[in-house]
Design a protein around this ligand. Sequence first.
Ligand code: HAM
Length: 418
Amino acid sequence: MKYQAIKGVKDILPKDIGKWHFLEKTAKELFETFCYYEIRVPVFEKTTVFSRSIGEDTDIVEKEMYTFKDKGDESITLRPEGTASIARAFVEHQMYNPASVVKLYYSGPMFRYERPQSGRFRQFYQIGVEAFGSEDPSIDAEVIFILMELLRRVGIPSLELNLNNIGCTACRPIYRDKLQKYFNSRLNALCKNCNQRNVKNPLRILDCKNKGCIEIVNNAPTIDQFRCEKCKVNFDQVQNLLNKLDTPFKINLRLVRGLDYYSRTAFEVLASGLGAQNAVAGGGRYDGLVKEFGGPQTPAVGFAMGVERIISLVEHQGKFTFKPNVFIVSLGDIAKEAAFQLLNKLRMDAIPSDWSSNQGSLKSQMRKADRSGADFTLIIGENELKNEKLILRNMQTSQQEEIPLKNIVESVKSRIKS
Ligand code: HAM
């Protein structure tokens, strides 16, 4: 029987992990500079955590959740995203503090039963931030700035930031009704899905990729005609602050996002080279979610980025690929024993080192040393041991020198540093 990973999930192999480490390290440094603290939440929750927050009528909840009954007959769901779990944790641990904004970051696998294709997986990773406790537009601008700065630092600066303000509980229902009326008179031209969407959530039609629907959507009323005064002012302020931070954006009045918890600011970052799955990150404000989970009214804003999609755009892997400093080559049993001991000494001195425990010929060991990418190779034969001098080869210059066995760790260390 041939075992293979399940469709839509993938292994991340050591040869590719350098980019992941690079992105994770860069993100952690940046987030901590902005005083965001890491939170880790479980990969599964009670199903209602997601269904109530993301919205019963969204694609995620309707079609994409990995939901099952556990042995206690409880309905469990593998998390399709992080925001709902974090809001649940925020309320459960009473993290609300009126005096300050609680700023969190996270990363980890998410699960959605979507049709797998390039850039779309059933298990994928997200890195994100969530800031709870401030309605101030500066926090929207901060969150968006962090996202764009992270993309810049990993070497993908020219992405398109799409920005919208999708209204609040006061003005969005008015827009929703107007949209519904507009679509009601054009149902024949809309796809089957959009006919259903129009009953429960007409805003979702704005997201449809169907050609016929796009034409109808192009002439549909837009949210800017319906925003209340507070939302208008808020949107102006967010834009103004983004300009102050030199963060370019494009206003996209049709941007709605596929999750129901958003209010006011909504944004997405698109990459042109990624085909249909071109959203590398998305986020926005969700001022009602904490209350939904039984906490006090607490405004919040955040984003999540799709790690696989970002990684596919990150060019420079080489620098971040792990490789040893030293590879030890030994000839003969006595030398092998000495090599084993020395290897451990180097490692205990925090010098990443390796060898071939299968030994083999000098030629084959040298080939392995080369393949390992090590900076230096230490060669130990019985003669070298007798003379108490080992051969150190600089793998970049191919220069060799004899160095005394005494204080060998120190000698190697000084050469690695220089
Ligand atoms: P989302 O737009 O559903 O938002 O997902 C964020 C990002 O995750 C997407 O832009 C995309 O890059 C990536 N992504 C989504 N589905 C897949 C998939 N099947 N395969 C690969 N990548 C995927 C959220 O999840 C919100 N929780 C974001 C947020 C945080 N809003 C506020 N705070």
